[in-house]
Design a protein around this ligand. Structure first.
Ligand code: PEP
Ligand code: CO
Length: 456
């Protein structure tokens, strides 16, 4: 067994220089640190800490995503908009993992295909903002950029970017990942536990429907066991981590050289994506991401044109390697049926086979008259339907779904069969950033996607 932390191949100085080339380029959405020396010290400390994920795991994920791009499996990616340090509790992590496992079971059963499970977890701490400042009354302070940068409290001290948070981000990611690994490898994710993942959640129509499905799965598993099948594979699940690769003072020191072949790998997560606001073709983020080996995602909003998409492919996936590049479309329910088809038509004429994933959240934000950022569940559903329709018409593969969700009973998105309305939003609105689907809305969405998948 090769020890993945043992250097075998020495880093090529030209490769290292390339990894720092982003520093020469225009960069967006980075904090104003007031003490550059403290930032350098924090980055150096992180660079000396162990990798959170291994290159070998990343290679397996690339293979899994290549299969999804070919239409042989489907990616389920979900979690908070912004994880918080205070929210990294056993209970909240468990509820999110359980919700993703439940959704995955619904999808596997409905679509009869493998589901790649991935959390927006263990590192989703940095946020791009539409404005650098926030004003309340006559006070203006720096915007909240996520717990890895500054605090949410609206005071000058808390909003000051604090480099100690970079190191705290690493440790919080490590303890979150440790729990995820324990849950998914230690028996909790065993398919024979399919009923227990539903325990502890309030009874509602979606989890009653889930109970029915769990009974069928149970019966099938018992039958197969009685027939002598070996169920070792059902005891553990592969669960991958992901976050937006935004904050370069964290991402760069988490980048290591794969001891087997000298390639750079970002070891902060298996999969990273570049957001809609930082994917400039000639900017720092795209340059850095072109140099690491992880599978990467790029968010594509409704104004993306074919030429931009082609240049992104040339830059990020010049070898056209299956599984390398994922396009996460977030067009909005009202735009997807116009904005996605031209991209799909163009891709059919190119050699590239990116994985296409729908993010039905970020194009559907609204603000209520009472000031809550929210989304309508119906718009989320409509964008998912539009995504499947566009792929069906183009003959391309709808390969996955990317959602902001929590396992908790929050009231952040409007609608769903519990009919959360504007007055209800205030009762349990906990997100510090974008509104998330609650447990029940997440399950409802999974049933809907399962229907779309089985109708392919
Ligand atoms: C996000 O995924 O939380 C996000 C900010 O997305 P986007 O870059 O698509 O706006
Ligand atoms: Co968000």
């Amino acid at each position: 067994m090769v020890d993945p932390t043992e250097p075998v191949v020495q880093a090529d100085p030209a490769v290292i220089a390339g990894l720092d080339y982003w520093r020469e380029l225009p960069i967006k959405q980075q904090p104003e640190w007031s003490d550059p020396e403290a930032v350098a010290a924090a980055s150096a400390e992180i660079a000396g800490l162990p990798p959170l994920v291994f290159a070998g795991e990343i290679d397996i994920l690339r293979d899994r995503l290549a299969r999804a791009a070919r239409g042989e499996s489907f990616l389920l990616q979900g979690g908070d908009c912004a994880e918080t340090f205070a929210g990294a509790t056993a209970e909240q992590i468990r509820n999110r993992v359980k919700t993703i496992l439940q959704m995955a079971v619904v999808l596997t059963y409905g679509a009869s295909m493998p589901i790649v499970k991935m959390g927006r977890m263990a590192g989703q701490f940095a946020k791009p903002r539409s404005s650098d400042f926030e004003t309340r009354g006559d006070v203006t302070l720096p915007a909240y950029r996520g717990d890895i940068v500054n605090g949410y409290d609206f005071t000058p001290e808390s909003r000051q970017a604090d480099p100690k948070r970079l190191v705290q981000g690493y440790h919080t990611a490590a303890s979150t990942l440790n729990l995820i690994r324990a849950f998914t490898q230690g028996g909790f994710a065993d398919l024979r536990q399919v009923h227990s993942w539903n325990k502890g959640f309030a009874q509602n129509p979606a989890n009653q429907r889930y109970e029915g499905l769990a009974k069928e799965i149970d019966r099938a598993v018992r039958f197969m066991e009685a027939a002598g099948a070996d169920f070792d594979e059902l005891k553990r699940v592969e669960f991958y981590t992901s976050h937006e690769g935004l904050l370069m003072d964290y991402e760069r020191p988490m980048t290591r050289i794969d001891s087997r072949n000298g390639t750079p790998v970002n070891t902060s997560a298996h999969f990273l994506w570049v957001g809609e606001r930082t994917r400039d073709l000639d900017g720092a983020h795209i340059d850095y991401f072109s140099r690491i080996r992880n599978p990467i995602g790029i968010k594509l909003g409704p104004t993306t044109d074919v030429a931009t998409m082609e240049r992104l492919i040339d830059k990020l996936d010049p070898e056209r390697e299956p599984g390398r590049l994922t396009f996460i479309t977030r067009m909005g329910a009202g735009r997807i049926r116009d904005a996605l088809p031209p991209l799909l038509e163009a891709i059919r004429k190119m050699e590239a086979t990116p994985l296409w994933v729908t993010d039905p959240m970020h194009g559907n934000g609204i603000t209520t008259p009472t000031g809550y950022k929210t989304r309508r569940f119906d718009d989320v559903v409509d964008e998912v339907r539009g995504f499947f329709e566009a792929h069906r018409a183009a003959g391309t593969h709808p390969g996955g779904i990317h959602v902001e969700l929590t396992g908790d009973d929050v009231t952040e998105c409007l609608g769903g069969s519990e009919m959360i309305d504007e007055a209800t939003l205030a009762t349990k609105y906990e997100s510090l950033c974008d509104p998330r689907l609650n447990h029940m809305q997440s399950l409802e969405l999974a049933f809907l996607v399962a229907e779309e998948l089985s109708a392919r």
